[in-house]
Design a protein around this ligand. Structure first.
Ligand SMILES: *Cc1c(COP(=O)(O)O)cnc(C)c1O
Length: 403
């Protein structure tokens, strides 16, 4: 092999990190500085609402923007009840508590996810139990879930247990990775068959649809995030979505210190959480939600541009929305072919050198010291995705170059 060939990393199939940089350039142009992975856009009523909020003096835990934000979320998602909370991790924690997850239970979740899904399980004193992901959806693989349940689960009078550990399996928690919805019907059917609660981590997927319905709209319990890097932001924030009125009432109660309504008395009827979203953050959220349709349109155009740019590029494919879904394309992703997995860091370096804030996938949960002992099924697809995935700049402000 000549020096030049080693240097440009051209493989026999024609894979080359330069062709990847060129494809990204075709999609978004040449950046002026660094094009971040996901930056917020404040182009609406943000300053007006924040000013209104500050002038009202209601900046903290109660105020009209919180109610308005919750009603807007119900409008956008179609869920019966939205309860705004301080962040997506808190939303997940509350969802697991509401689903009845207790200490020493197990919760089935993907190994390929952001730490928040797994931490929220641990906050309940429960143990995450990892199952594999799908190359198509990048989320929990319904067939892997079915196989794992068949291998280890057993129905008993007190619930479904893991025969190998003796622990109750209290919930199944899929996550809609980068906005791509999981195979929800199949996963919900398995949860129902095994009589296990379903909690959706929809933190990344506000605005995505599954078979024509907004993700989270059909859920008994789903969690959203409005962190600064998500499709809409409240600075920090999250929400619980539910289609069950009673659960919605419980969600509000549990996340607002479980205080009984009274003119002056401080009576709390259980150990609640101070997880309420401040009015100040909700004001920002109202202004952001007004722009959601525009953000989605812009992000879908950008995804289409990446998809066109990567069509025919050897050794790599663009991760498009799964069938029967529309993705919000929160983060665009490419997957290197198996034989090019070893070049991932070189591709990341080349993209970052060219000004594209590209990032790898998260480290898989079972490789982190806190969860190294957690039970798991086969995770070979998650491991392949971890080595082959690259996220590309995806902000709603990025104009597709080839429009
Ligand atoms: C962003 C995110 C969350 C919630 O994160 P917060 O920063 O606490 O709002 C949860 N799960 C996933 C998969 C996420 O990407």
């Amino acid at each position: 092999m000549s020096e030049a060939m080693v240097d440009s990393h051209v493989t026999r199939s024609g894979f080359d990190r330069k062709t990847i940089v060129d494809a990204v350039q075709r999609a978004v142009g040449t950046p002026n500085g660094i094009l971040g992975l996901h930056e917020p856009v404040f182009a609406g009523n943000e300053i007006a609402y924040l000013e209104e909020c500050i002038k009202s003096t209601f900046v903290s835990s109660v105020g009209p923007f919180v109610d308005r934000f919750e009603r807007m979320l119900e409008g956008v998602t179609g869920a019966k009840r939205a309860v705004a909370v301080v962040n997506g991790t808190a939303a997940l924690h509350a969802c697991f508590v509401l689903a009845g997850v207790e200490p020493d239970d197990e919760v089935i979740s993907p190994a390929l996810t952001f730490i928040a899904t797994t931490n929220a399980i641990a906050y309940c004193g429960a143990i995450p139990h990892f199952v594999d992901s799908s190359l198509e959806t990048l989320g929990m693989d319904a067939r892997a879930l079915a196989a794992r349940l068949d291998a280890i689960a057993q129905k008993t009078a007190t619930g479904t247990i893991n025969r190998e550990t003796g622990r109750r399996i209290a919930a199944i928690a899929p996550m809609h990775t980068f906005g791509h919805p999981v195979e929800l019907d199949e996963i919900a059917a398995l949860a129902k068959d095994w009589n296990i609660a379903l909690v959706e981590d929809a933190a990344e997927s506000l605005g995505s649809t599954y078979k024509g319905h907004a993700v989270g709209s059909q859920a008994r319990l789903a969690a959203l995030s409005f962190n600064g890097n998500k499709i809409v932001t409240t600075g920090g924030g999250g929400a619980i979505l539910t289609n069950d009125e009673e659960l919605g009432r419980r969600a509000k109660h549990l996340t607002t210190t479980a205080k009984l309504p009274h003119k002056w008395a401080f009576v709390h009827d259980e150990i609640g959480f101070n997880y309420r979203l401040p009015n100040l953050n909700a004001a920002l959220g109202c202004a952001q939600l007004e722009q959601l349709d525009g953000f989605l349109a812009s992000k879908r155009k950008l995804a289409a541009a990446y998809q066109r740019a990567f069509a025919g590029v050897p050794g790599v494919r663009f991760s498009h929305e799964p069938k029967d879904t529309t993705s919000n394309y929160w983060l665009n992703a490419i997957l290197l072919d198996e034989e090019n997995a070893g070049s991932r860091d070189d591709v990341l370096a080349a993209l970052n050198d060219a000004g594209f804030g590209a990032r790898p996938a998260w480290t898989l949960m079972h490789k982190l010291p806190m969860f190294a002992q957690s039970p798991r099924g086969d995770l070979s697809t998650a491991e392949a995705i971890e080595h082959r995935l690259i996220n590309l700049p995806s902000s709603a402000s990025i104009r597709a170059h080839d429009e």
